[in-house]
Design a protein around this ligand. Structure first.
Ligand code: IVH
Length: 675
């Protein structure tokens, strides 16, 4: 049963190719646990159940490594020359002439974790030790047992003593999940909990937990890349001619070996590998900080030997660091196109992730609070791939005594309107939507939308052009446009300029609902705008309405009411509304719903064919403003069918069902209440 479970654990954790469903594995595991509970005398140290459940330690014991754990030379030149110089050195040491064949290497990933030595005696894992100073490490066996990828038992035929060297690391998804759990604990008031700066720190912390239960929760992983003591040396023990053979043997014994591992020849192939891995680096599920080149032939490795504590046959070729220290020069608040306020740390320029970074987002108020970044702080900045740079953490020891806590401003830094954070939302927003320079383009586009005030032809590109050329600043400027101001614009022929001016002129005649929707008040969509127009009938009534009055409108809850109130409380927004009216934007103001019964209240109309003066949308707006509904098809419940020229099947159906058919004139009479 133990063998079976180990087999499936290996398929799942190491090969990523499970043969049985998770539930089946869990069932097997639970059964073994039950058997061992009933028969403690049958428990063995290599049982898969021993991966978790050992008692906490008081301290780690010291371990003397049978074969010292060396480090390798680090090539900090992250360019191609880093690899070329290594190859040149190897060739020189081996006494190779320029015409001699290329040296064969194994290229591996340089995993960003911590080195580990796993000792197996007679095929059973007996000890796991950290590197320590290379001679003396710490015995972390019970924590390492919790790593599912590490075999507790080797297949038959493995050497009597085998030390496997490799890297313990944490996958990025596990790291994110861990930090999320930590944040929740902190939010619930847990003392002494913290989030982790990066996967390597979290992995190292996990390995050094005295309580293996905590180590198990960290869900660590492992890659093998070398050997320590192996015996019986030379007496039937494995003999490897190449490093690559050794890695394949490790794989056969059940250890994870990274699939990117490649046998390469000459400097050119090393450079290409370094570049290729640099490109996929951010897509890997774990962090690497470089690649490692090793001379493949064990005989040549022996010939090259060591300088002090480092082999001459290997080198670590780094990538530009993705994290750096820098100082915070200031904290700005930026306003996005939709009014969202984002705190951004202004940084002393720092080279990180391959570019110079001067800004890092703090996302929102909660994030800024959580990280508690202050002006003058020394911070860790991270930039990975194309992701925007972020402040990972503050170096607490370096904080200046007088550093003030950051808080979000109550006003929009661009236009001075009130900035509010609604309940349940993470972001502050500027409430000066119509006036705020940051939101100009978005506000104009929204106003001109087909379902709002509708300025035909005024789309994305044109708004971009008009605003960037300072031809339009605020909405009312739209109605002050003339041919002369458009003439100079690139890609604007006279005909298109005339079309635009015509569309702008046409937009002046609108409805109250479209106008309200067009203002872009947060939470006021098309349906709410219609409900407001119907209920109040007049713009001034809406602008003056208090929260209680607003709450009487169908569709309007406290959040929406507050949003409408805040919008019209901004003097700048009111000003823009007045200017639009002064520019000639008009609509037929109705009576408030409570005061005058709406002439079409409760009526359903169907509009078909082409009406003489009204467009389909205009007719629909007017019907709705009068309290009526416009349906798409005729039924017995239809009160009127408004028929224009070339009306077809709907008219026929209306006649068949005996539904009343009217024309545009009769519709107007209905709307005026004079029918
Ligand atoms: S080989 C004698 N290979 O980087 C060679 N090390 O100083 C011993 N590392 O302490 C190391 N990935 O923790 C080797 N593929 C890899 C590695 C690797 C990461 C770490 C290891 C070592 C340090 C190099």
């Amino acid at each position: 049963m133990r063998q079976q479970i180990e087999h499936h654990a290996h398929r799942y954790y190491t090969l990523d190719e499970p043969e049985i469903p998770d539930a089946e594995y869990d069932r097997l595991f639970a059964e073994l646990q039950a058997i061992e509970a009933r028969h403690p005398e049958l428990v063995t140290p290599d049982s898969p159940t021993r991966r978790v459940g050992a008692a906490p330690l008081a301290a780690f014991a010291s371990v003397r490594h049978a074969v010292p754990m060396l480090s390798i030379r680090t090539e900090t030149d992250t360019q191609a020359t880093g690899a070329e110089n290594f190859d040149a050195r190897v060739r020189r040491e081996l006494g190779l002439a320029p015409g001699d064949p290329p040296v064969e290497y194994v290229a591996e990933l340089k995993f960003d974790g911590l080195a580990m030595s796993l000792r197996y005696e007679n095929g059973v894992l007996v000890q796991a030790a950290t590197r320590g100073d290379g001679e003396l490490g710490e015995d972390v066996t019970q924590n390492i047992r919790t790593i599912r990828q590490i075999p507790l038992k080797l297949p038959a035929g493995a050497p009597a003593v085998l030390e496997v060297r490799g890297e313990v690391y944490m996958r990025r998804d596990e790291f994110d999940a861990l930090n999320e759990r930590q944040r929740q604990k902190i939010a619930q008031g847990a003392k002494g909990e913290k989030t982790f700066v990066n996967p390597r720190n979290a992995a190292a912390g996990g390995v050094r937990q005295l309580d293996p239960g905590i180590a198990a929760q960290r869900r660590l992983s492992f890659f093998a890349y070398g050997l320590g003591e192996v015996s019986p040396a030379g007496q039937g023990g494995p003999v490897f001619e190449t490093h690559h053979q050794l890695l394949m043997m490790l794989k056969a014994w059940g250890f994870p070996v990274a699939e990117q591992t490649s046998v390469l020849r000459g400097a050119g192939e090393l450079v290409a590998f370094h570049e290729r891995m640099g490109q996929v680096r951010d897509q890997l599920p774990y962090d690497i900080d470089g690649v490692v080149y090793k001379v493949n032939s064990i005989a040549l490795q022996r010939q090259l030997g060591f300088v002090t504590r480092e082999p001459r046959w290997a080198v670590a070729h780094k990538y530009p660091a993705q994290e750096q220290l820098t100082t915070v020069l200031g904290i700005d608040v930026q306003v996005g196109r939709t009014g969202k306020l984002t705190p951004v740390a202004k940084l002393a320029p720092v080279f990180v992730g391959g570019v110079t970074v001067t800004n890092a987002t703090l996302h929102n108020e909660d994030e800024a609070r959580r990280k508690d970044v202050r002006v003058g702080d020394t911070v860790v900045v991270r930039r990975a791939g194309d992701v925007i740079p972020e402040v990972v953490s503050v170096v607490a020891e370096k904080r200046l005594a007088d550093a003030a806590r950051f808080s979000m401003p109550g006003q929009c830094p661009v236009c001075g309107s009130a900035a509010v954070r609604e309940e349940g939302e993470a972001d502050y927003r500027c409430t000066g939507g119509l006036f705020c320079a940051a939101q100009r383009k978005e506000a104009i586009l929204h106003y001109a939308h087909r379902r709002a005030v509708e300025v035909d032809g005024l789309g994305d590109k044109l708004v971009e052009l008009l605003v960037d050329a300072h031809i339009i600043r605020t909405l009312p400027d739209l109605y002050r446009l003339g041919l002369s101001s458009l003439a100079g614009l690139e890609r604007m022929a006279e005909k298109s300029a005339n079309n635009l001016l015509e569309a702008i002129e046409k937009s002046k005649q609108t409805t109250l609902a479209r106008f309200i929707f067009g203002l872009g008040i947060r939470h006021v969509g098309e349906a709410t705008a219609k409900a407001l127009a119907r209920h109040f009938g007049q713009l001034d009534a809406i602008m003056a309405a208090g929260p209680e009055q607003l709450l009487e409108v169908d569709d309007v809850g406290p959040v929406v009411a507050q949003s409408i109130r805040t919008f019209f409380d901004q003097p700048h927004n009111r000003e823009v509304v007045e200017q639009l009216r002064a520019c000639g934007v008009t609509w037929t103001e109705g009576q408030a719903a409570e005061r005058a019964a709406q002439p079409l209240a409760g009526k359903t109309l169907v509009i078909t064919g082409t009406l003489p003066t009204l467009s389909r949308d205009q007719a629909k707006d007017q019907v709705e403003a009068a309290g009526g509904k416009v349906a798409g098809s005729v039924s017995k419940k239809t009160d009127y069918v408004v028929a224009g020229a070339e009306a077809g099947s709907k008219l026929t159906k209306a006649l068949a069902l005996g539904v009343k058919v009217i024309d545009e004139n009769q519709l107007m009479e209905l709307l005026n209440g004079s029918a």
